[in-house]
Design a protein around this ligand. Structure first.
Ligand SMILES: C[S@@+](CC[C@H](N)C(=O)[O-])C[C@H]1O[C@@H](n2cnc3c(N)ncnc32)[C@H](O)[C@@H]1O
Length: 342
């Protein structure tokens, strides 16, 4: 009997090791406005590109093919142009522009991840080592963080509206709703819906500006508050959204917040938890498992949870008709749904 030894390869390890090169090449291209400059089907040769963005020919000759290898550009003859994904999500003024998210990772989280071993050893956030919230009124955060959230939220809102029927609802409360990207998308597409973003006071002006820019200032507003310190959440809403909020908190804080949602919701109202949900073994999907580590770096508490954990917390808070729908968005792979009894 012959024994065939499985031939293991080092290539998966190379792929993991060079992952940072893909990220940094992508980030450099966004910073150099490559995709915006090629919008609308524009094509350039390497030398035309070099002249347009002020690079020498050698770096241009290295960057553009690397972006083809990453699936962000296509090459036809001597000319480069955006791939469909770059044209849709990486052109500056398009509605679901992803660049703000990438910029935050490039300018803040990338540096934080250099200290992952320290964070693992000390079980502490490297971005908020004193245990403070990272959501303070910091200039850097105001410039980058809520733009990063906005870059994902519009698309999350779009996929949420496909997965969940909002037509029976009238008033949304987006708890910790960030820049308001989700309610802006929902109010743009669902007739008769209005929304309030319940946020820390320094975030509310960002919401109002984004609503104004979207032409929705009459239906999307902001209410300053603090869902930890405030005894009760604002009432009078028939649907509440918690998007990427519970993964910033620990279990006890999350259970308390869900109890506050139940008390404040209208009878029969719905809570929607949008997150990168882990599988029951907590071994994936990869974006959810890695986001958990990101929470270790960025927050004093918080981690990604499985849908089973959210379902248990919702049931114990008193929600009924629990179910999960899948989403395909960068900020959420599912929505966990519960209803307040009548
Ligand atoms: C990860 S962001 C998610 C933003 C938004 N839900 C989204 O999906 O784009 C978490 C948000 O929770 C807000 N937040 C954190 N602690 C809060 C508190 N105690 N009260 C109200 N909002 C809070 C932050 O300001 C931040 O905008």
């Amino acid at each position: 009997m012959t024994h065939v030894r499985e031939q293991l390869s080092q290539l998966p390890l190379l792929e993991l090791t060079t992952g940072f090169m893909s990220f940094k090449a992508f980030a450099a291209a966004v910073e150099l406005d490559v995709f915006t400059s090629l919008s609308g089907g524009r094509e350039v040769t390497e030398s035309q590109f070099a002249a347009a963005v002020g690079l020498q020919e050698r770096p241009a000759r290295l960057l553009l093919p690397a972006l083809v290898s990453l699936g962000l550009l296509e090459k036809h003859g001597n000319a480069y142009r955006n791939t469909p994904v770059a044209e849709q999500f990486l052109v500056n003024d398009k509605p679901y522009f992803f660049g703000g998210f990438l910029q935050f990772y490039n300018h803040a989280l990338y540096r934080g991840w250099e200290h992952l071993v320290e964070a693992l050893r000390a079980n502490t956030s490297v971005l908020s080592p004193g245990g403070d919230t990272v959501f303070g009124p910091d200039d850097f955060m105001i410039r980058y963080f809520w733009e990063a959230m906005h870059a994902l939220a519009g698309f999350t809102g779009k996929t949420l509206a496909d997965a969940y029927d909002f037509s029976a609802h009238k008033r949304v409360l987006d708890v910790g709703g960030g820049s308001g990207g989700i309610p802006i998308e929902l109010c743009r597409t669902v007739a008769g819906l209005s929304a309030t973003v319940y946020e820390l006071p320094h975030v509310c002006p960002i919401v109002l500006r984004k609503a104004e820019e979207a032409g929705l200032a009459d239906v999307v507003d902001a209410r300053p508050g603090d869902f930890t310190a405030d005894e009760a959440l604002p009432s009078g809403y028939d649907v509440m959204i918690l998007s990427q909020v519970l993964h910033c908190g620990d279990e006890a804080g999350n259970r308390t917040l869900l109890a506050k949602c139940l008390s404040a919701l209208e009878p029969g109202g719905t809570v929607l938890i949008c997150e990168l949900l882990l599988n029951p073994e907590r071994t994936g999907p990869r974006p959810a498992a890695l986001m958990g580590l990101n929470m270790l770096i960025a927050h004093p508490g918080g981690e990604n949870y499985s849908e089973q954990e959210y379902l248990t917390w919702l049931a114990e808070a008193g929600f009924v008709d629990l179910r999960v729908e899948r989403l395909e968005a960068a900020g959420a792979n599912g929505v966990v749904i519960g209803r307040k009894p009548l």
